[in-house]
Every structure is written in structure tokens, then in C-alpha cells.
Design a protein. Structure first.
Ligand code: PLP
Length: 457
């Protein structure tokens, strides 16, 4: 049995390596034929077993071609980071270990490495000592966890135990967000019973930054949500102008810094994050800028006891008594040891490597912006970090260029509407992207735009 398993895992490793070696030579998004053959994986669950080799073969034959080449250097959609080799290799080991990271007693390795990784993240992001947190699945869950800590704290101060008694009849919490709030933060508010629509929206400027002069009255029953890194423009709310007064007023300040907060890891870009360290809680992603691989989000709270107040569960069989039990800080109980991949990725980068990743991807973004401007197209945002918005003309023309580019396959970019204007979004978020990738992609963009113009006559 052990021999068969070893053979199978070697085969899987071989398939994975072959896949990665070819990932830069294939088209970035799968073509319609590749997606169509996925049908081979549908159908009813067979009554009897299938050999593991045959299952793996099915996946490789029919599954691999219909993946998106996220691991290559020319995927610029959404804010999808790549996966650092150290994080990927650690992930393989983590899968072999099959640890449950809920309690120390279940996996000292998982729990200790998660603790160390959280402390490294805190330092890289320039956050106060004593800040603690949780490794979750993404920034959506990180926003959720941090806002649960905020809800717990504000209501506790008002004499209300929300964990025990729920929100019916509770004192009101007011939530203030910027007009450009990320939809996942609103979703987190909905999950917490605070409401997706029941928010005060603060107007923003042309880059999507909250206007400090438009802030409403803040008090001890307010959660103020700031953003470090707008998903379209990469812009940062003016935290230094907002946070001191917000804290003075007793408001809870939360920061959605899914990718932008990592600018703090670079001496060159750190100034963009000034003032965010004054907040009470932060949400960020390991799977975006740090290239840890999916899924990896991080919730951080200045007073970790607040997170514990919202998350801990008690039962006789769960009295485990470790000094820091992950389950006390996490929405989940049983969970993958994803902190190990975070530890491995950060350990491989070091402080300088993380800074270099931020700087290199941001300089690639500027190279894109300069190349597109030189070709006569309009860049809609100030390129402050790794995000570029470009218009190829009117909405229809821009969407046609994007569709052509996606089908041509050299690279992949998505579309957005930025303050009323349709644009193509470029997010340079992968360690694997080179200057050559940028130049090849630029050439493909310019060609797609030229062909669209021709076609319209
Ligand atoms: C990506 C993103 C999120 C959501 O993160 P997930 O990891 O996809 O859950 C939230 N806020 C901002 C600003 C983002 O860029």
C-alpha cells in the first residue's frame, strides 16, 4: 500500500512539475475547446471504486488544460498573486502532513509556525507590538473576523454581550465606509448582521480615496472602515489625516488592506501606508502581493482579546489549554495548516525579498502605464503601486480590445468601470512577471487595439 502511494505521489509531483514548466508557453486563459473537455469529468458518481492512478490521470488530462495560467508571468487579472516556490513546496508538505490546525495538541508545528508567521506579518506591515490575529482563507474572511472583534468590543463597552444575545435589541452600531469600499467588506458586514446597505458612505476623490473633510461625526459606537489599496487604482485612504481624530472620538478603525498594506514592507513605498498603524484592526491577504498561494488571508487586531471574545468556543472536550489556541481567534475550528505556507513563503523572501516583490511589481506597472501612454492610450489612474487602468477609447471599443486580448492568449486582463468610465485593469501581482513579460503583453495589447480599430470600419 505504501509503495503504491509513493508511486502515485511521485506521479502527481511529475505532473505538477510538467504543468508548471509549460505554464508560460500556453495561452493564459484556456480556449473554449479546453473548457469543453471538462465534460469528461462530469457524470454520475460511479458505483464502484476507480484506481487513484486513473483519477489522477483524469485530472491531468481533462482538468489541467482548463486551468488559468495563474502560475505564469502574464496573468494580470483581479489581484491574483502567484505562488512562491517555497510556499508551493511547503503546501505539498502540509498536504502530506494533513494537520488539523485548530489546537496546539493537534499540531505543534502548525500552531507554532502560524504564530511566528503572524508576528512576521505584523512587523512587515509596521503594526503595533502586541497585535495578534488569525490566518484565514482570504481578505473577505479577514474583514469578517476583524469586524466581529469590532462588533464584540463596541457592544461590550455599551454593556451588551452580542455573542450571547445577538443583535436584536442591541445598542446601534454605525458603520462608516468610503464610497469605494470593496464589496467583500460589505458582505462581511452583512454576515455580521450589521447590514450591507446600513452604512454611511463617505465621498471619495478621483483616485477613490476617502475625503477626510467629508467624514461624518464619529463616536464610540462607530466602526470606521478605511482602505489601503483600492482594488482598481491602488490608492490609499489618507489614514494619517483621519486616524488620530477617529481614535480620539473612540471609534473603532478597521483597515481593509488586502494587498495595499504590503507597501509598508518596502522602504520606498512605506510612506503610502502612514497612519494605518493607528487603526484597531487590519485585514490583508497572503495570496495577493506576498504570493503565498491560495488560500491565505490574515486578520490582525490591536487587542487580540477582542478577537478571542468574538471567536472562542468552549466545550468539555475542547479544553486543551495551549497558550495560544488558533481556534480561539478563528472563525473555523478544524482547518488546514495554511500558516505553514505563509511561514515558508515569508522565510524564503526575508524582509528584503518582500520589499523587492512590492517594488518590482510596482515598477512593472509603471512600465505598462508608460508603454500604453506612448502608444496613445489613456491611463486613468495615478499609478502609485501595482495597479493600472487604461482606456482604449469609448466603453465599447475598450471592451472589444479586452475580449480580443483574452482570446489571443498572450496575457489576461479584466475590465472594470472606474467612476463611470470603462477600463481595462492591469494588476501586476506575481513574483514570476519579468520585464520581458510586460513587453510581450504590451505588444499584444497594442496589436489588439489596432485590430479592433480595423474591424470597426
Ligand atoms: C481582494 C480584496 C478583497 C477580498 O479578498 P479575498 O482574498 O478575495 O477574500 C477585499 N478587499 C480588497 C481591497 C481587495 O483587493
Amino acid at each position: 500500500m505504501a509503495e503504491a502511494r509513493t508511486a502515485l505521489l511521485k506521479r502527481a509531483a511529475r505532473d505538477a512539475m510538467d504543468y508548471l514548466e509549460a505554464v508560460d508557453t500556453r495561452r493564459v486563459a484556456p480556449g473554449p475547446e479546453a473548457v469543453a473537455i471538462l465534460n469528461a469529468l462530469r457524470g454520475q458518481l460511479p458505483p464502484g471504486p476507480t484506481s487513484a492512478e486513473a483519477v489522477l490521470h483524469l485530472l491531468n488530462e481533462y482538468g489541467s488544460p482548463a486551468t488559468v495560467a495563474n502560475g505564469g508571468g502574464r496573468y494580470f487579472g483581479f489581484v491574483n498573486g502567484g505562488c512562491l516556490p517555497a510556499a508551493m513546496a511547503a503546501g505539498w508538505l502540509v498536504t502530506a502532513w494533513d494537520q488539523n490546525a485548530a489546537f496546539l495538541v493537534q499540531s505543534p508545528t502548525a500552531v507554532v509556525l502560524e504564530e511566528v508567521a503572524l508576528e512576521w506579518v505584523r512587523e512587515l506591515l509596521g503594526l503595533p507590538e502586541g497585535t495578534g490575529g488569525a490566518v484565514v482563507t482570504g481578505a473577505t474572511m479577514a474583514n469578517f473576523a476583524a469586524l466581529a472583534a469590532a462588533r464584540y468590543t463596541l457592544l461590550k463597552r455599551a454593556g451588551w454581550d452580542v455573542e450571547a444575545d445577538g443583535l436584536f435589541g442591541a445598542p446601534e452600531i454605525r458603520v462608516v465606509v468610503g464610497e469605494e469600499v470593496h464589496p467583500s467588506l460589505l458582505k462581511a458586514l452583512g454576515l455580521l448582521g450589521l447590514g450591507r446597505k446600513r452604512v454611511v458612505r463617505v465621498p471619495v476623490d478621483g483616485q477613490g480615496r476617502m475625503r477626510a473633510d467629508e467624514l461624518p461625526h464619529l463616536d464610540g459606537m462607530t466602526i470606521l472602515c478605511l482602505q489601503a489599496g483600492n482594488v482598481n487604482t491602488g490608492a490609499f485612504d489618507p489614514a494619517a489625516a483621519i486616524c488620530p481624530a477617529a481614535r480620539e472620538a473612540g471609534a473603532w478603525v478597521h483597515v481593509d488592506g488586502a494587498f495595499g498594506l504590503w507597501a509598508a514592507a518596502s522602504p520606498e513605498y512605506r510612506k503610502l501606508t502612514k497612519g494605518f498603524e493607528l487603526a484597531d484592526s487590519w485585514a490583508t491577504d497572503g495570496h495577493k502581493w506576498p504570493n503565498i498561494g491560495y488560500d491565505c488571508g490574515i486578520a490582525l487586531v490591536r487587542e487580540p482579546a477582542a478577537l478571542k471574545g468574538a471567536m472562542s468556543v468552549r466545550a468539555a472536550y475542547l479544553e486543551t489549554g495551549g497558550p495560544r489556541e488558533p481556534s480561539d481567534y478563528n472563525p473555523e475550528l478544524s482547518r488546514r495548516a495554511r500558516g505553514v505556507e505563509l511561514w515558508a513563503g515569508l522565510r524564503s523572501l526575508g524582509r528584503q525579498g518582500m520589499a523587492a516583490l512590492v517594488e518590482r511589481t510596482s515598477s512593472h506597472a509603471r512600465r505598462f502605464a508608460a508603454g500604453l501612454k506612448a502608444a496613445g492610450f489613456e491611463v486613468l489612474n495615478e499609478v502609485v503601486i501595482n495597479q493600472v487602468l487604461v482606456s482604449f477609447g469609448d466603453a465599447e471599443k475598450t471592451l472589444r480590445v479586452i475580449a480580443l486580448l483574452q482570446a489571443e492568449g498572450t496575457c489576461w486582463c479584466g475590465s472594470t468601470v472606474w467612476q463611470g468610465r470603462t477600463a481595462m485593469r492591469i494588476s501586476v501581482s506575481s513574483w514570476a512577471t519579468t520585464s520581458e513579460d510586460v513587453d510581450r503583453s504590451l505588444a499584444a495589447m497594442v496589436k489588439a487595439a489596432a485590430e479592433t480599430t480595423k474591424g470597426s470600419f
